[in-house]
Design a protein around this ligand. Structure first.
Ligand code: HEM
Length: 277
């Protein structure tokens, strides 16, 4: 719990610091206080580029167990993500937030695409893993979670059979079979957009059960019930979205690697070009 809080604080602090630095650089982009060819500006190019080479130790460590013997893979991953932001940030200052010649523009755009794609990958990653550094989630696990929450709700309502049937109907509708990425993605988006009315629909079912049966049950508006309903609908939405996130992540991998190679090639061309002329 405390560790999660510390992690979240660290991420927020990092995000604010990076955003403020980006904003500062963008505001002063025409002040010419740095030059890409000499001094600090040149150094930022070398250090930023080198950091982007160091971050490759993560994909390497995934394939070479000798690297994970002393340093667990989650640390390599954390360093990868951190350097994936700091490296491009340094290159942005190296370029003074300007595109410049064709070779430097192409290299810069490729780098921004890779770093941006990394951020998208991070977002998808957290939906199919237990947080950033946890194990991979399975659909079985999510469905079991939904079943447990379902049983918890029923338990509060004296195992009302009608309620059970109605909840099962709702689940079948939310957990519809995978119908291809586009259709299933739309379904997941609509579930997320309608999360509030979904919660309300469940509360209304509980209200019906409360009115039609004996009153020794938990009030549908009590905090305990609302928390339980929130957990239930969240687990249901996560289970419904899982396959979509899995598919998105494999598509992301297919896109991320060619972008990365493009970045490497264009960076090499850029380095040669600037030192030749
Ligand atoms: C210029 C900067 C970056 C480069 C060159 C880069 C490069 C790579 C490479 C080569 C992979 C391995 C792909 C594979 O194993 O198939 C990877 C994976 C990944 N990167 Fe980056 N990346 C960068 C920035 C970022 C950033 C900023 C983030 C997020 C904050 C990030 C998040 C990820 C994630 C989530 C994975 C997938 C992890 C996995 O499947 O195990 N990357 N990156």
């Amino acid at each position: 719990m405390l560790l999660n809080l510390l992690n979240s604080l660290r991420t927020h602090f990092f995000t604010i610091a990076v955003t403020a630095t980006l904003y500062f650089g963008w505001l002063h982009r025409d002040d010419n206080y740095l030059s890409a060819e000499t001094g600090t500006g040149y150094l930022l190019g070398i250090v930023g580029g080198s950091l982007m080479l160091v971050l490759l130790l993560y994909p390497v460590s995934k394939r070479m167990t000798s690297l994970t013997r002393w340093i667990p893979i989650r640390y390599w991953f954390g360093v990868h993500m951190m350097l994936g932001v700091i490296g491009p940030l340094m290159i942005l200052f190296h370029s003074n937030f300007h595109l410049g010649s064709t070779n430097s523009s192409v290299a810069l755009i490729c780098m921004l695409l890779v770093a941006g794609s990394g951020l998208v990958g991070r977002y998808i990653y957290t939906h199919i893993h237990h947080g950033l550094y946890g194990a991979q989630i399975t659909l079985k696990e999510l469905k079991l979670q939904t079943e447990n929450n379902h049983t918890e709700l029923l338990g509060m309502y004296a195992m009302d059979e009608t309620l059970d049937i109605k909840l099962k109907k709702m689940e079948a509708k939310a957990l519809q079979p995978y119908k291809g990425l586009a259709i299933s993605l739309l379904h997941v988006i609509s579930l997320a957009l309608n999360a509030h009315s979904f919660n309300k629909a469940v509360i209304n079912l509980l209200k019906d059960s409360y009115i039609t049966n004996d009153n020794d049950k938990v009030m549908p508006d009590s905090k305990t019930v609302i928390d339980s309903v929130n957990r239930y609908t969240l687990a249901l939405r996560q289970a419904a979205a899982f396959k979509v996130y899995e598919q998105l992540f494999s598509l992301w991998h297919i896109l991320h690697l060619p972008l990365f190679f493009m970045m490497i090639i264009t960076a090499i061309i850029h380095i040669f070009a600037v030192h030749m002329y």
